[in-house]
Design a binder for this molecule. Structure first.
Ligand SMILES: NC(=O)C1=CN([C@@H]2O[C@H](COP(=O)(O)OP(=O)(O)OC[C@H]3O[C@@H](n4cnc5c(N)ncnc54)[C@H](O)[C@@H]3O)[C@@H](O)[C@H]2O)[C@@H](O)CC1
Ligand SMILES: [K+]
Length: 485
């Protein structure tokens, strides 16, 4: 069965607005969507918190409307609730209707009132954030000392980029609707949202068709791992060749370990000289080590995939090697030294299947990332024709055709020397077994993160490859990681 990426789709606030509009146009009343959204917020509050003095900060738009609905439902449940309205909703809007149904007390929209509550529901701005949050709104949000339940996003968080515009509070819990937004996964947004809960408000999945090109959360439902057939042999499972440099031979060895554990049938390390070859031979006995010139190896069509970069020097010779590997029609995962060799001239990497830069390498190749990692990765993919895997705590994977995935499945202790080398090897193995570059990069990032979770704190890069078999088993079994309330 093919994976269904629909549940993993991420919608920018603008795309969410289009999805809402499509649903309303198809006959679902906006008022009903707002009622469902507010109900989900009230239910989340009841699950997470005990009844307490609750203040709903309500903005003038639909985010505020959700807040009025939640206020009414919580009050009906016996909670002491007050609403602080920033401005009245537009007459005739769904939010105006929700506000008219609120019969409880109002509090001033001011820092002092915000500071007195035991729980604050932040329903000031959501998808409609039009400018930075400043003045009274920023002061009131900053004065909150109680836990915050954010409606859709903490007000001031840009749902498309995860960046703060002006000011945004740190929520304990964020309830969002239909699909997550990139800003729930990208930093700093992910941290400001606290726990993020996704609520089904009755939008049909068919509205997703109105919002291409797609972006997804990276998870097993997005791709499928190769399953070797009964007649598989080592060559049919892919032959990964890794060019090692004279120094940092450990990097190439880590890539080799990642490739082997991710299912490559054969892994060859190409040493630049005898000394490096002997160092490499002292490692993993299952890896083939050769000092043969790359040109002789390129004649073998079974060497489908090459990893160029881990341990390679940032020199023109590395780029020349890339040229010959590409000229032979092989797939390339480009990392580390090769990316450094191409600094400022990213077109030199055109033809590679996957580039795996971290933020520094990315900036040296393509210029400053800016505030929108997703768009930056998409632009780089379009420029080079390669899948870009922009590494970080919120790794972004982007394909030249505009598809993108954001990976939050990675613990912070993965930030350790050599872990990227393992990742390059994993991606190469997946490519070698016939997985497309986008899927190989996305699956590689997820498996890498899962292996790291299994290792736990104290992780060093050498631990990752041994943890891959369990990560592969997990990915094969994993269902949809979403729970709707
Ligand atoms: N049918 C729908 O569209 C649904 C929308 N929902 C909610 O609606 C929200 C989006 O609603 P809206 O599009 O009305 O947008 P918002 O409610 O986020 O805000 C729009 C209003 O805030 C003002 N504003 C924006 N940024 C400001 C700033 N920095 N300072 C001062 N004023 C500012 C705008 O001028 C506008 O009046 C979502 O986040 C979600 O919570 C849910 O009710 C589900 C259904
Ligand atoms: K909000």
């Amino acid at each position: 069965m093919e994976p269904d990426p629909g549940p993993l789709a991420l919608l920018t606030p603008e795309e969410m607005g289009r999805a809402d509009a499509a649903a309303i146009a198809s006959g679902i009343p906006g008022e009903r969507l707002m009622e469902a959204a507010g109900r989900a917020v009230a239910r989340a509050a009841q699950r997470r918190f005990r009844p307490c003095r609750t203040l709903v900060l309500a903005g003038p738009g639909n985010n505020g409307g959700d807040g009025y609905v939640a206020a009414r439902l919580l009050e009906q449940a016996g909670w002491p609730v007050a609403v602080a309205a920033l401005a009245p909703p537009r007459p005739g809007s769904d939010a105006a209707l929700a506000a008219a149904r609120w019969r409880g007390p109002f509090a001033p929209f001011a820092p002092a009132a915000a500071a007195r509550a035991d729980l604050v529901i932040d329903a000031v701005f959501g998808a409609g954030l039009a400018r930075p949050v400043e003045g009274l709104v920023a002061e009131s949000l900053a004065a909150i000392t109680a836990p915050i339940l954010a409606v859709d996003v903490p007000s001031g968080l840009d749902g498309a980029t995860g960046q703060v515009r002006g000011f945004a509070p740190r929520a304990a819990l964020t309830v969002t609707f239909f699909r997550l937004k990139p800003g729930h996964l990208l930093l700093p947004g992910r941290e400001l949202c606290g726990k993020t809960v996704l609520a089904d408000i009755g939008l049909p999945a068919s509205v997703l068709e109105t919002v291409l090109p797609p972006c997804w959360e990276n998870a097993p439902g997005l791709w499928r791992l190769p399953v070797p057939g009964l007649a598989a042999h080592k060559y049919s499972r892919g032959h990964v060749t890794i060019a090692a440099g004279a120094g940092m031979t450990g990097a190439a060895r880590l890539a080799a370990a990642g490739a082997r554990r991710a299912g490559a049938g054969l892994v060859t390390l190409v040493a630049p000289d005898r000394v490096a070859g002997d160092v490499l031979r002292a490692g993993d006995p299952g890896v083939i080590v050769t000092e043969a010139p790359a040109a002789t190896l390129l004649g073998d069509p079974r060497r489908h995939v090459w990893v160029l970069g881990p341990g390679l020097p940032a020199e023109p010779a590395s780029l020349a090697l890339l040229d010959s590997v590409l000229a032979a029609g092989r797939q390339v995962v480009a990392d580390a030294g090769l990316l450094a060799a191409a600094a400022g001239t990213p077109q030199r990497l055109r033809g590679a299947a996957v580039l795996t830069p971290h933020a520094g390498e990315f900036a040296r190749l393509f210029g400053p990332i800016g505030e929108d990692r997703l768009s930056a990765a998409r632009r780089a993919a379009a420029l080079t024709g390669a899948v870009i895997l922009l590494k970080g705590p919120d790794t972004v994977i982007a394909a030249p055709d505009g598809r993108a995935a954001i990976n939050r499945h990675a613990p912070p202790f993965l930030a350790t020397a050599g872990s990227g080398d393992v990742l390059a090897g994993v991606i190469a193995a997946l490519l070698g077994s016939g997985v497309s570059p986008f899927d190989a990069a996305a699956a590689g990032a997820w498996l890498h993160g899962e292996a790291a979770f299994r290792c736990g704190p104290g992780l060093v890069a050498e631990d990752l490859a041994p943890a891959l078999p369990a990560a592969l088993a997990m990915a094969s079994q994993a269902g949809r990681p979403r729970v709707a309330i």
